[in-house]
Design a protein around this ligand. Structure first.
Ligand SMILES: [Cu+2]
Length: 164
């Protein structure tokens, strides 16, 4: 009986140690893979209306057109169009210490030169190919990535959360 009680308390002791170890050791850093697709959103309408749109006048104050976003028109037949380049997803989240791998996937647009903050060399992703940028998320904060061909809309952020 005494021996059995001794054995039980020994078992409880090891269970207590094991649960302490499980709680006390933080989850280890991981490799985080993201597939980030190049996308452009397109809109097309007509000032006079057409089969699928009510008449929609060209805006009196359209947003400023550039490489990443533009408003074009109206054509003689009333057509006008808009476009914006973006990354999808444009925000991803990792934990401090993780090894981050951003796989940029060229779907829309022929070519994109992409720079990731803190990574020396930009990459160029062509349609139908992928380019990968890898880095360690050493400290908490935000790491910005941009396409220098399509400002201002084609940009994104890696949010690095502090590991306690
Ligand atoms: Cu681009």
């Amino acid at each position: 009986m005494f021996f059995a009680r001794k054995l039980m308390s020994l078992a409880y002791f090891f269970i207590a140690i094991a649960s302490f170890v499980c709680v006390a050791v933080p989850a280890s850093a991981e490799v985080r893979d993201f597939y980030i697709v190049t996308v452009h959103y397109d809109g097309k309408t007509n000032a006079k209306g057409d089969a699928t749109h009510k008449p929609e006048p060209f805006p009196a104050k359209p947003f400023e057109s550039g490489q990443g976003m533009w408003v074009k028109g109206p054509e003689a037949n009333g057509d006008w169009a808009v476009r914006a380049f973006v990354f999808d997803p444009s925000h991803v989240t990792v934990m401090q210490g993780d090894d981050v791998r951003l796989h940029f996937v060229g779907i829309h647009g022929g070519s994109h030169q992409i720079s990731v903050e803190g990574v020396e060399n930009p990459v160029t992703v062509k349609r139908g190919t992928t380019m990968t940028v890898s880095f360690k998320a050493a400290k908490p904060g935000i790491v910005t990535f941009v396409c220098t061909d399509h400002p201002p809309s084609m940009r994104g952020q890696v949010v690095v959360l502090a590991r306690n």
